[in-house]
Ligand binder design. Structure first.
Ligand code: PRP
Length: 209
């Protein structure tokens, strides 16, 4: 009997697409998998234990080895410098990182204020552009910042564009495309190579299909 594989799954909007991909790859997940509020879900018939984490924390669990593999957005991988292997682009949860703001906003400041959940990505982007900005770290509802005068611009994920639209904001610059990735703990990759290779192989076959 093969060893148990622990997979860190992101709660929230990536979860559904990730679960669908695993099912397409013929992992038999119970129906209650999708509705449960449990944070640890064992699927004994597949020798898999799932842990459900905040998307931003998935790479932390994998880096510390309490999860062997995880599903994490490229946005998180760019922001968090984690010691994990990124082995597969799952091509799910496609979105992009963008600079946005109020239309026709005049930037008089020497260093405009930029609100974001991604201070590292935003800093390096503006550095590359040769622009000096002041970064303000927020944890969510980033679109609020320009509306109430906390920031001149934001750097955030745009998916459908609905949040920007409904808040009267416009996209100003496209930073990079984002999809979810399969990440692996380096030690697990050596110790559980067979089950991880099988997971990668089965997922590879159904990606984008
Ligand atoms: C994300 C992102 C935007 C929104 C974009 O926020 O930060 O706010 O989704 O999606 P859209 O382009 O489809 O409207 P999320 O819902 O994850 O919550 P948060 O604001 O708390 O980060």
């Amino acid at each position: 009997m093969s060893e148990i594989l622990t997979i860190a799954m992101p709660k929230g909007r990536i979860f559904e697409e990730a679960a669908e991909l695993l099912r397409k790859a013929e992992y038999k997940l119970p129906p209650e998998f999708d509705e449960s509020r449990k944070l640890i879900i064992d699927v004994p018939n597949e020798n898999i234990r799932f842990i459900l984490a905040k998307p931003m924390d998935v790479a932390t669990y994998v880096e510390h080895g309490v999860a062997d593999v995880g599903i994490a957005g490229k946005d998180v991988m760019l922001e968090e410098d984690r010691d994990v292997y990124e082995v597969l682009d799952l091509k799910i949860s496609a979105c992009h990182l963008a600079v946005a703001g109020l239309p026709n906003a005049t930037l008089t400041d020497v260093a405009p204020k930029v609100a974001t959940k991604y201070p590292k990505v935003a800093s390096s982007y503006f550095r590359e552009q040769g622009e000096q900005v002041e970064i303000i770290k927020l944890n969510g509802s980033i679109e609020l910042a320009p509306l109430i005068g906390l920031a001149d611009r934001i750097v955030d994920i745009v998916s459908t564009g609905q949040t920007l639209k409904e808040n009267g904001l416009v996209e100003l610059e496209h930073i990079c495309d984002i999809t979810s990735r399969l990440i692996v703990n380096p030690v697990s990759y050596r110790m559980k190579d067979q089950v991880i290779d099988e997971l990668v192989e089965r997922l590879s076959k159904v990606i984008g299909g």
